[in-house]
Design a protein around this ligand. Structure first.
Ligand code: F6P
Length: 322
């Protein structure tokens, strides 16, 4: 293998730049020609592909977003779109891909390999931390730190006004961000899609605590089955009409900002190992870190297995919040 390309796809995550940098620098180390695909799979279809060298990734490790841009390409979900993408890769003799992104990114890479035999290695890049085959995804650490910083600020005003706050964090299908940010932010209740009956639980907690405490913080994952933070707050206000509650949706603020040191290191490890794996003949696998060691998981497993939340943390948090 002499020519490889790198792309970022799906929702951006802080640390993607550090990963691109590692892919390019490792590629240079192994005497490869490296190409950057701009705009995810859509860029592949539109032939938005440029050569990259060590200097193209200088001075980017500290930035959020992705210098290669990203997209959720609908066209790549069609056979015609993928055929165009294949012709563009073929014309440049690109023999392997490093695809940085989430579940949709892995799915695209897997289908593409089945159809055209172009091998890919995936690097887990999503703030949601919802990818099987790695303990942590690129961007998660930064996102939870952003959320905790916001929770701390909200805590000040909640305390000053004796208010109850429902803070919504990202996580379409998973509660990893809510669980970690909730624990680190000292929340009294955490709502996540992986668990049920949180509302009844917080009612019990609130009834007990309201005797001694005037303000409260609850963290709600956007994908929780109770609904979004506004719905949970409405239910709560109806149950406790004397409380003064407010809602804050943190939204895309969680996706931006300087990547944390942990995210930069994780991204660097994963990017470098992805290139090494391609050269060693691995194909259609996602690279991850499990128990601080590099681990590979087939795309199929990574896509179809759901990554559970850390149950022990959930139980521990129950003990210290009740
Ligand atoms: O998958 C990452 C994520 O940030 C989710 O937590 C969130 O639901 C989604 O992306 C938002 O996507 P978009 O930026 O396309 O609205």
């Amino acid at each position: 293998m002499k020519r490889i390309a790198v792309l970022t796809s799906g929702g951006d995550a802080p640390g993607m730049n550090a990963c691109i940098r590692a892919v390019v620098r490792a590629g240079v180390h192994f005497d490869l020609e490296i190409f950057g695909i701009h705009g995810g799979y859509q860029g592949l279809i539109e032939n938005n592909i440029t050569t990259m060298d060590a200097s193209s990734v200088a001075n980017i490790i500290q930035y959020g977003g992705t210098i290669l841009k990203t997209a959720r390409s609908k066209e790549f979900m069609t056979a015609e779109g993928r055929l165009k993408a294949y012709h563009n890769l073929k014309a440049l003799n690109i023999e392997g891909l490093v695809c940085i992104g989430g579940n949709g990114t892995y799915t695209g890479a897997m289908i593409f390999e089945k159809e055209f035999g172009i091998p890919s290695v995936g690097c887990p890049g999503t703030i949601d931390n919802d990818l099987y085959g790695t303990d942590y995804t690129i961007g998660y650490d930064t996102a939870i730190n952003t959320a905790v910083e916001a929770i701390d600020k909200i805590r000040d005003t909640a305390d000053a006004h004796n208010r109850v706050f429902f803070i919504e964090v990202m996580g379409r299908h998973s509660g990893h961000i809510a669980l970690y940010a909730g624990i680190a932010g000292g929340a009294e209740g955490i709502f996540i899609p992986e668990k049920e009956h949180e509302f009844d639980d917080i009612v019990k907690i609130y009834e007990k605590k309201s005797r001694t405490k005037q303000f409260s913080i609850f963290v709600v994952a956007e994908g929780d089955e109770d609904g979004h933070a506004f719905e949970v707050a409405k239910k709560f206000q109806e149950k406790f009409p004397d409380t003064d509650s407010r809602v804050t949706v943190l939204g895309h603020i969680q996706r931006g900002g300087k990547p944390s040191a942990n995210d930069r290191i994780l991204a660097s490890r994963l990017g470098a190992h992805a290139v090494k794996a391609l050269l060693e003949g691995q194909r259609n696998v996602a690279v991850g870190v499990i128990a601080n060691d590099i681990a590979f998981t087939s795309f199929e497993d990574a896509i179809y297995h759901k990554k559970d939340i850390n149950e022990k943390l959930w139980v521990m948090n129950d003990i210290i919040t009740r």
